[in-house]
Design a protein around this ligand. Sequence first.
Ligand code: FMN
Length: 182
Amino acid sequence: MDLLAGIESRTSAIKLSAPGPTREHIEHIIHAGTRAPDHGRLRPWRFIVLEGDARGRLGDAMAVMLKRKVADAPAEQLAAERKKALRAPTIIAVAAKIAKGKIPEIEQVAAVAAATQNMFLAANALGYGAMWKTGGAAYDNDVKAMFGLAPEDHIVALLYLGKADIPGQLVEAPTSEVTTWL
Ligand SMILES: Cc1cc2nc3c(=O)[nH]c(=O)nc-3n(C[C@H](O)[C@H](O)[C@H](O)COP(=O)(O)O)c2cc1C
């Protein structure tokens, strides 16, 4: 698909199912991520690919977090929370490994957000649906540790990928409302 058409028609898939991207396609999607602009060439991005049973580890962490917040959460609610990590056959956590120095942290996070959007568009171009999610898990230090990250690092996206069973609905908003011409 032409790049502009891909950008202009991009939506988040509402329901994803198997198959997820092939190994070759995942590598292609990650490579697209690394083509993002990056102040200082710090390469702050880290990619953690979760497929199959590995998604269960994220689901378990989500359930632990819920239990921490709602001590008496019923078993069904915990099971539902665990299942959230199974909403797509493939999840790529896209994280910013923060380097202390002259490049501000926000710029490192911005580079990783740009990487995520590249990956989203690349996945679409390869025929897959995508959803960018975060939620409490993205801010949890135990989840970060599971992904080899330090508390000061950021999980910018949990990018859910798969076959788009229900594609998203395109909602156009006028650019004039958010643009100032000086
Ligand atoms: C940083 C970031 C985090 C997000 N986290 C969530 C999330 O946790 N749950 C969710 O339903 N949508 C989340 N979204 C929004 C969706 O990915 C999606 O963009 C939004 O629903 C608008 O739909 P569209 O992408 O089809 O235009 C997040 C988006 C961004 C950029």
